[in-house]
Design a protein around this ligand. Structure first.
Ligand SMILES: NC(=O)c1ccc[n+]([C@@H]2O[C@H](COP(=O)([O-])OP(=O)(O)OC[C@H]3O[C@@H](n4cnc5c(N)ncnc54)[C@H](OP(=O)(O)O)[C@@H]3O)[C@@H](O)[C@H]2O)c1
Length: 319
């Protein structure tokens, strides 16, 4: 990494929760320099020493790569503009996650495809945790595809973005806990299914239920996995250890289960497993935790950017 010539980077949607996290991390990144950062209603304000400009005024010519934390539906248009100007891009919205135009940026899984990628689609926050938890089991043929995998996931309120909504007021969420999007049609489900099939050969059913947790940041997923055969605790943990031994941003817990404290403000997924007793067919409970704004968004985008640019993968990140 040449710290004398940091890579010029543009951040779109920098006043949002994810964009703020991108700025926080990039302004401390030893190999990157933020050249512009955009906002809509917050244009003109200054964040981390950068004055926010409107996205239509972004000086695209001055950057090498753009990171977009614009809302889905909006992001695609501006990422295409950046691409038309010859710029590489990491899109943090869902606009390219199912598109052949982009490389899917689940770093630990798709790393070899990133250095040549012009456009990377950063995974969703819920899918990042679920996929890193499920893919090792799928790749080992351990998931019984005739039964459903059930994912119960809870996210802190920053997961819903910064636009004010009545149901997200402190008075509504504090000291409460509730499911939402019940019925298995959450917008992250197609991304989860497509990636599990492509990277893990899993084509069975998933049942995904998100919950709103009254904390600022963090996702905890309890994943109920039907198994093709009985495994013991050491074997189950050993599968994760083998897949992730060399991964700086994955922590496999032995004989313990993760909680949000293990991951908040870190670009890390923490995974723990527990055997399920008192059932007739074999089953494993996998618990995965991430910070939705870091490994679930801004941190993983920077991890992907680092690999794209040939920088040390964890530059600017705390895993
Ligand atoms: N929150 C998460 O945990 C999370 C995790 C993974 C991925 N994502 C994805 O990351 C993206 C950003 O999420 P977020 O939670 O940070 O959202 P957010 O807090 O609502 O921020 C959205 C950003 O986009 C700007 N913006 C909104 N509408 C715009 C428009 N029409 N033209 C130009 N700029 C516009 C906003 O500017 P102003 O605020 O100045 O108006 C703000 O900077 C979304 O695509 C989301 O799906 C979010």
């Amino acid at each position: 990494m040449n710290i004398n010539s940091p890579v010029p980077v543009g951040v779109m949607g920098a006043s949002g929760y994810v964009g703020q996290e991108l700025l926080r991390l990039l302004t401390r990144h030893p190999g990157a320099a933020v050249v512009f950062a955009t906002a809509q209603s917050a244009a003109g304000e200054t964040l981390d020493g950068v004055t926010l400009v409107r996205v239509d005024d972004a000086p695209l010519a001055r950057v090498e790569i753009v990171l977009s934390a614009l809302p889905h539906g909006v992001s695609g248009r501006y990422v295409r503009e950046a691409r038309a100007a010859g710029k590489r891009a990491v899109d943090l919205s869902s606009d390219f996650r199912l598109s052949p135009e982009a490389v899917y940026g689940l770093t630990e899984v798709t790393r070899p495809r990133l250095p040549a990628a012009e456009l990377v689609a950063n995974p969703g926050c819920y899918p990042t945790a679920a996929l890193l938890a499920l893919l090792p089991l799928a790749q080992h043929g351990l998931i019984d595809q005739s039964r459903e995998v059930v994912i119960d996931a809870a996210s802190g309120v920053t997961g819903a973005g910064r636009t004010p909504r009545r149901e997200l007021l402190f008075g509504e969420v504090a000291e409460d806990f509730r499911a939402y999007g019940v019925g298995n049609d959450h917008r992250h489900l197609p991304e989860l299914k497509a990636t599990l099939a492509r990277e893990g050969g899993f084509t069975g059913d998933l049942v995904f239920t998100p919950h709103l947790l009254p904390v600022k940041r963090g996702i905890l997923e309890t994943i109920h996995v039907p198994l093709t055969r009985v495994v013991d605790q050491a074997t189950a943990e050993g599968i994760y250890d083998a897949v992730y031994a060399a991964e700086p941003c994955v922590r496999v817990l032995r004989g313990a289960l993760p909680s949000l404290k293990d991951v908040v403000y870190r670009n890390r997924v923490a995974i723990g497993v527990a055997l399920v007793a008192n059932v007739r067919r074999p089953r494993l409970t996998v618990i995965a935790a991430i910070d939705n704004l870091v490994k679930g968004a801004a941190g993983q985008a920077i991890q992907n950017m680092n690999v794209m640019l040939g920088l040390p993968e964890t530059a600017g990140l705390v895993c």
